[in-house]
Ligand binder design. Structure first.
Ligand code: NAD
Length: 414
């Protein structure tokens, strides 16, 4: 899966380079990560034995600013996957107009089988091993799959201890108590919502009364179900790792959320009927949101997807062979590097607050987040119009152009 994800990034990068006509030498530079550090992480486990984990931190490109990107803990993560995700971050920060480059980190482990103590020791040793690459002006990690604000707090504390002074600007997605930002938690869902609304406006569709299906009811899918319902949409089906539920009249997000808190899954929710995930994608709807896994929208799903608009909340949810099918079927795809950029935008705000030593209030964060996402969407829409291509191809082309402009302006060292 992971080698494929690197190949998929290269394929889209190559297309974007051709489309935007950037200098072939700059294109060639972007086909390689700038640096990739692989580390071994020995950890004393609770039963007394030492386990050795493998971890990575990758900087794909840092020409527009410090590397920015999450750290994931997952049993299947590897160097190619981390590199692909780092390259996507280069493009995402460029599309979102943020002064960052692209980075990503990962540790191959199964956090679901580890105690809090083991996770803390793993995080601290991993941080120490990758510390030469970290710092507010160098590389600013954030939470990703299976990492959270607690992990970010351990990371920031470890780096601060190594350097001998507090470094609040060295990570984002921190707890509020140590310089986290209000509005960070729901920012990705807000960004997806801003993009979906803007797409509906452009397509002369109204949200009120329209139907949505969502895959994933976690940190992104959960809040998004609330936002869509508040906008008058009916969330007619939701899937998670356990299964899916369907209610043509609309699922009640609050009751569903209570059910998930109690049982751990949407399965068995009384306010809807069971449906297979495959049937869920086929339901007639105005909006479909993959907010779970990479590769969820493959060729087969693309052929029978019942939605008019697909908003990619997840990273890499659509396979490259599904792209042309969606295009041919006239389904408007809001690509991940645009649709889920609300999270990294809020991270930028958190980093900026850390650098300023001045906390913004929640309203300021919310207003700036909406304005930033609105402008990113408008720029990509205009680019797609000008080039006569899909939003994905336009977003990639715009991103590559911005990175190429920065490379040209700085020149090649030495
Ligand atoms: P999460 O772990 O909080 O939630 C994931 C959800 O996906 C859960 O409901 C889980 O049950 C479901 N899921 C897992 N496997 C599934 C399967 N096989 N079929 C159906 N559902 C399945 O994760 P999250 O933070 O909500 O992230 C979701 C996606 O959004 C990921 O691709 C992530 O990379 C991307 N993303 C998240 C953020 C963020 O701010 N959290 C930002 C940018 C992108």
């Amino acid at each position: 899966m992971s080698t494929d994800s690197w190949e998929a990034v290269l394929q889209r990068l190559d297309d974007a380079a051709t489309l935007s006509g950037v200098d072939p030498e700059i294109h060639r530079m972007l086909r390689f990560p700038r640096r990739l550090l692989e580390v071994s992480i020995p950890v004393r486990m609770d039963d007394g034995h030492v386990e050795v984990f493998t971890g990575w931190r990758v900087h794909h490109n840092t020409v527009r600013g410090p590397a920015k990107g999450g750290i994931r803990f997952h049993p299947e993560v590897d160097a190619s996957e981390v590199s692909a995700l780092a390259a996507s971050m280069t493009l995402k920060t460029a599309v979102a107009g943020l002064p960052f480059g692209g980075g990503k980190g990962g540790v191959r482990c199964d956090p679901t089988t580890m105690s809090d103590g083991e996770l803390e020791r793993l995080t601290r040793r991993y941080t120490w091993e990758i510390s030469p690459l970290l710092g507010p002006d160098i590389d600013v990690p954030a939470p990703d799959v299976n990492t959270d604000e607690r992990v970010m707090a351990w990371l920031m504390d470890t780096l601060s201890m190594i350097r001998g002074h507090d470094l609040p600007g060295s990570v984002t997605g921190k707890p509020l108590a140590i310089g986290g930002s209000p509005g960070h938690a729901g920012a990705t869902a807000v960004g997806v919502m801003v993009c979906a609304r803007a797409a509906f406006d452009q397509l002369d569709m109204t949200m009120a009364g329209s139907r949505a299906v969502i895959q994933g009811f976690g940190k992104v899918g959960g809040p998004l179900a609330f936002l869509l319902t508040s906008a008058g949409m009916r969330v007619v089906a939701v899937a998670d790792a356990g299964g899916a539920v369907h209610n043509p009249g609309g699922l009640d997000p609050s009751a569903l959320s209570d059910h998930v808190v109690k049982t751990g899954s949407v399965v068995g929710f009384e306010g809807g009927d069971a449906i297979t995930e495959s049937d869920m994608w086929s339901l007639d709807s105005e909006l479909a949101v993959p907010a779970a896994l990479a590769g969820a929208i493959d060729k087969r799903v693309a052929e029978h997807l019942g939605a008019k608009v697909l908003a990619e909340a997840a990273n890499g949810p659509t396979t490259t062979d599904a792209d042309p099918i969606l295009d041919e079927r006239g389904i408007v795809v809001i690509p991940d590097i645009l649709a889920n950029a609300g999270g990294v935008t809020a991270s930028y705000f958190e980093w900026a607050q850390g650098r300023q030593g001045f906390a913004w209030d929640e309203d300021t964060v919310a207003v700036r987040l909406r304005a930033s996402m609105d402008s990113a969407f408008a720029n990509v829409w205009a680019k797609a119009d000008a080039l006569g291509v899909s939003l994905r191809r336009a977003a990639f082309a715009l991103a590559v152009e911005r990175v190429a402009d920065a490379i040209e302006a700085r020149g090649l060292f030495p």
